[in-house]
Design a protein around this ligand. Sequence first.
Ligand code: GLP
Length: 262
Amino acid sequence: MEIIIKKDAHEGSCAAARVIAGLVRRKPNAVIGLATGSTPLKLYNELIRLHKEEGIDFSEVTTFNLDEYIGLPAGHEQSYRRFMNENLFDHINIKTENTHVPDGMTADVSATCAAYEQAIVDAGGIDLQVLGIGSDGHVGFNEPTSSFASRTRIKTLTQQTVADNARFFDGDESKVPHHCITMGIGTIMDARMNIMLAFGANKAEAVADTVEGPVAAMMPASILQHHASAKVFIDEAAATDLKLADYYRWVYNGKPDWQKNA
Ligand code: GLP
């Protein structure tokens, strides 16, 4: 794993955006996995800026989102489809038909999940997957004890995740769906590169457990230790529990620019 500690969320997000922009320049028809939550918002703002000001072209890019709540129609203000449209897709030149978010209103969840997996395969697999992390270490909505071999499927949110995400639902936990469709950990691990973003002191413990703790299903993100190409972009606040923080800074600062943005 490569740990990149930046001063704040803005700098961390810009560094992650440079990696995505580099991929899209090298491979205009790249397949990119995307995440929701508050963490990637600055990353998406920077991608929009790079599109508008530096001409990054998303016209041949395909995207697959990690997850979606079950029972929220696409137009619901907290659906992840709407989140993606409003925070990224509506502001870049991506083709709507090339953007994929699991259908949380499907009548046949199993068939929808299998079709999602097949669509990723048909697109050639995910080149780069963006990840956030839940305070309990979940990635996508793969809660603790999720199988490391799991594929896209229905999951039940933990009570902690329901409580964490209630802030998006007027602070009312009863409004938060308890079920979702999420890519599995096996799906995420198949991506050719994973980049995780985590900012703020409330992520420090999960980041330390992910990077330096044992690989364990109780900390789903820790599986990234087994990924051949995983980068973790964090700010100083999220780095406070890392034992080897100085080493990660030393490694990163010693890299040539071409390698930093690769
Ligand atoms: C949700 C999403 C995750 C995200 C997590 C953290 O549960 N399904 O993909 O990483 O929230 O959210 P935030 O970035 O707002 O802390």
